[in-house]
Design a protein around this ligand. Structure first.
Ligand code: SF4
Ligand code: SF4
Length: 182
């Protein structure tokens, strides 16, 4: 708005829209505060907010719907790696299994030995939050078993799991059946 004591100030106000575009929706020398001009939409801030809220909800809602809500509380500190040789089947990266369970990443779960976990609970005392790791891993094992039955796990993941001895005996039949179908 013009200064009423000095109406000429409007003459010097820079018009951002006359500046050349450097990126879609962003003009060179654009005032940072002119948010309405900084994107393809005047509601860019609202779109961004919905995006952030949506991503957060997906992170929380997905594991809850799959019955593995405890995985949300793992903050990936990796203190559980201290289990080391107290894991009877040699799983080294328990946090990887927790995260794989949270996001439903079957390949990551198999790759890190999730299907050979015998749910003994030896790693649980190393979790700084004392999360129910055996239950979390067991739930993801059942999800993985169902995914194998539906044929949605890539053959390469199963082949690699078998070749590297990452499949526990209770899941061998499921893996063999899944491979014979693919
Ligand atoms: S619960 Fe699974 S990952 Fe943990 S120590 Fe036992 S076998 Fe290893
Ligand atoms: S110690 Fe517990 S919270 Fe930390 S990474 Fe391992 S499972 Fe997650």
């Amino acid at each position: 708005m013009a200064d009423k004591d000095n109406p000429d100030t409007t003459k010097h106000k820079r018009d951002d829209t006359t500046q050349p575009m450097v990126l879609p929706g962003i003009h060179r020398y654009q005032f940072f505060t002119n948010l309405k001009d900084r994107g393809w939409t005047r509601n860019l801030d609202r779109v961004a907010l919905f995006g952030i809220v949506g991503a957060l909800l997906a992170t929380v809602v997905k594991p809850v719907l799959r019955g593995n809500a405890a995985t949300i509380y793992c903050y990936e500190c990796r203190a559980c790696y201290a289990t080391q040789d107290r894991c009877p089947v040699g799983i080294a990266f328990q946090a990887e299994l927790a995260v794989a369970g949270r996001v439903g990443d079957y390949d990551r779960f198999i790759r890190n030995g999730g299907l050979k976990c015998i749910r003994c609970g030896n790693c649980q005392s190393y979790c700084v939050q004392y999360l129910p790791l055996p239950e979390m891993f067991g739930t993801m094992q059942q999800d993985t078993r169902e995914a194998m039955a539906k044929g949605i796990i890539p053959r390469s993941s199963l082949d690699k799991g078998l070749a590297e001895g990452l499949i526990g005996k209770e899941f061998i039949d499921d893996v063999v059946k899944a491979l014979s179908r693919s």
